[in-house]
Structure formats: structure tokens, C-alpha cells
Design a protein around this ligand. Sequence first.
Ligand code: NAP
Length: 282
Amino acid sequence: MSQARLMDGTALARRIVEETAKKAAEITDRTGTAPCLATVLVGEDPASVTYVRMKQNRCRKAGIDSRRVALPAETSTGELVATLRSLSRDPAVHGILLQHPVGEHIDERAAFEAIAPEKDVDGVTFASFATMSFGLPGFVSCTPGGILRLLDAYDVDLAGKRAVVVGRSAILGKPVGMLLLARDATVTYCHSRTRELSSVVREADVVVAAVGRPRLVRGQDIKPGAVVIDAGYNEGNVGDVDFDSAVERASLITPVPGGVGPMTIATLLEQTVDAAARQLGV
Ligand code: NAP
């Protein structure tokens, strides 16, 4: 079999960000107010600091203002909740991103729920999960939303297909499965307690790997012609799929980096501008 076609997340994300920048400029022209994303960072974990900086840079390039809120590592759940509630009430802020994971002493769920649903551009609240699952207007979790955009861009017909999602986290595995279900795929979730993972993955027409274990999904587990989405991002730019062997069996595959990653940020920017448009009545 010939090698899989690569799903170019970098190129698609660039197009989405260009469109988003045009919309941001239009909002700024019409209202005199630029869309604004507040980023909230607790502590100084180097990876989180880098992610926040990257998101702010991308915002700036797209004509979106960003407000950086940096809190000390010892911030309590109550203090974080108060900060997020205050940003939720602030009319100058249109979207809120709480960089996670937050410290273990913080109740992350309580913090997420302090974000007003209309500003939840990272799609982390119960309200966003519910609207997404019911197919109602609202914000999706950014990585799952980006994955669906990528599948659409490559004309992957999901109806009736067997989709296997490896991973069930609240921000990635679970929501991506709900989005695939909404497109009439037959969805199976796998997780750390799944027995015979390989044999489940082998039945998939579409595989989404969202685990955080380098090269867990191997080429020999991929059904010939399957579509393989690798959301994993591990040290050394390695995904959760063994790319070299999977590319020999899949029909379409996302590279790491350059596949799912850029789509996550593009979705965040797009949802921030949509949030601003709604709040400013444009
Ligand atoms: P997470 O919260 O740690 O969840 C990992 C999931 O994988 C859990 O559901 C866990 O099962 C499951 N799992 C762990 N070991 C397994 C195994 N051996 N077999 C089957 N399932 C197993 O991770 P996450 O936040 O969802 O992130 C997953 C990956 O995506 C990471 O590499 C992360 O860096 C990447 N990521 C990328 C982006 C992006 O923008 N590209 C965004 C977010 C995350 P249990 O539920 O049973 O524990």
C-alpha cells in the first residue's frame, strides 16, 4: 500500500487565522474595541509559560488584544475563582483562558466553572460540554474542535464509520468522541483500563490518539486505509502514534508537529473573535 497523505494542520490553521484576523479587524473598525482574550496563569511552570506566551503572540498577530493575568503558585482555589469571576464580569474581556493544569492544591473544576459560558473560548466548562454534546451554539474544546475541522478539510465522511478514541480526558478524549458521535460515527472510547487495546484500534476507520504515551499506537494496529489523528505531544516532538509504521497503513495521517497542535490555537483565536462579535453585537 502507498504511504498515507499528510493532513497539514499548519496550512489549515494559517487559513483559519487569516480569516479570524479579518473578522477581528472588522470588529475593531466597527466598534472601536478590539477582541480581547484574558490568559490566566498560576505559577511558573516553564511549559505553561511558553504555551501562554505563544497564544499571546498569535493573538497579537491576529489583531486580538490579550490581557495577561499571572498569579503566584500558592494562589488558592478561592482567589483563582474570584479572579475568573471578575474577568467574567469585565466588559473589556471577551474570552478567558485558564492555562491548565493548575497546581494540585487547586480545585480545577471549580476554577473552570467560574468562567462565564459566553467567555469560555477554550471550551472547558460544563455548559460548553453540554452545548457541544447537544449540537447547540456554544464553544467547543479547542483541540477536539480543531480535529473536526481537519477531518472536514480532508473530506473525511464520518457517518457510519467506526471511530476509536484512545484517551478520555475532559478536554480532549471525551469531547472529541462526542463531536464524532454528533457526525454519526460509531464511537468507542479506550483508556488505561481497556483490555486488548490493539484489537480495538484495529477495527477503527478513524483513530484518534489522545493519550500522552509516546508511540503507543503502532502501525500494525492500524486498519489499512484508516484515518489516523495523533493529538499526542510528548517530549522530543513525538506523538502518541508510531508515525513511521502508521504512515505505511493509513490513508490520511496527522504529523507531529504540524497536525493537531496548530489547529488548537487557531480554534482558540476563532472562538475569541466569535465571542467578541456576540458580546459587542456585531
Ligand atoms: P490526560 O488527561 O493525561 O489523559 C490521558 C488519557 O489516556 C486518559 O484517559 C488515560 O486513561 C488514557 N491512557 C493512559 N495510558 C493509557 C494506555 N496505556 N492505554 C490506553 N489509554 C491510556 O491527557 P490529555 O490532556 O488528554 O492529553 C493527551 C495527549 O494529547 C498528551 O500527549 C498531550 O500533550 C496532548 N495534547 C495536545 C494538545 C494539542 O494542542 N496538540 C492539546 C491537549 C493535549 P484513564 O482515563 O483511564 O486514566
